[in-house]
Ligand binder design. Structure first.
Ligand code: SF4
Length: 205
């Protein structure tokens, strides 16, 4: 399957790709993405809807006691590390970036708890940049479609960026996330209703 075929198939199956993490500012998005590791967007949204009523700026979190934040985000899992990352990133943003989330990849990567996936999502969604974030869905779908053969998200990102046109990266990221979440699921992918099922090397029909 070439890039054009995959893009037209995804356009037909995932018409309105968008970030399902609720946020109003780049900082809220950053917090939501940190919370989303190993957790569903639905759970994160339920937590941030309450959390952001009282805390939604770097200053709010920089001075927040760790235990209080842990309690508020407990249901997202890995709450100790996530709370530490949010507080440290908030302090970094205040001390080194004047209180604003940096809008470039290299600076984002210097923040606590921010890896390539998080930085790419923030660049693409909050700042409208071209970025290809590779999460578990993107990695699985890319392997099943035969675009890559790797479990390494960084190698997958590199290949995807070379395979698809740059101005489509952000859109394709969300199409692949939603396609992986609702059709090409980890367990029991719905191959019978997938438009790639004749060409896909991993098709189960
Ligand atoms: S045919 Fe099945 S395994 Fe292949 S991309 Fe479609 S849903 Fe995924």
């Amino acid at each position: 399957m070439d890039a054009k075929f995959i893009m037209s198939g995804l356009d037909a199956m995932v018409e309105n790709p968008r970030c399902e993490l609720e946020h109003k500012t780049p900082f809220e998005l950053l917090v939501a993405v940190i919370l989303s590791a190993q957790c569903t967007d639905k759970r994160v949204n339920a937590v941030t809807r309450e959390l952001f009523k009282t805390h939604n700026t770097p200053s709010d979190f920089a001075s927040m006691p760790l235990g209080e934040l842990e309690q508020k985000i407990h249901s997202c899992g890995f709450y100790h590390n996530k709370a530490k990352a949010i507080i440290s990133a908030s302090r970094d943003i205040l001390e080194r970036f004047g209180g604003a989330v940096p809008n470039n990849f290299d600076d984002l990567l210097t923040l606590a708890g921010v890896g390539r996936k998080t930085a790419n999502v923030v660049i693409a969604v909050a700042f409208g940049g071209d970025a290809f974030a590779v999460d578990t869905h993107v990695l699985r779908v890319s392997n099943r479609l035969g675009i890559v053969k790797t479990r390494d998200p960084n190698k997958c990102e590199e290949k995807l960026c070379a395979f698809f046109p740059k101005n489509k990266w952000s859109k394709l990221h969300y199409q692949m996330v939603l396609f992986g979440r609702y059709t090409c699921k980890a367990i029991k992918p719905e191959c019978a209703r997938c438009l790639f099922n004749r060409e896909c090397p991993d098709s189960r029909v």
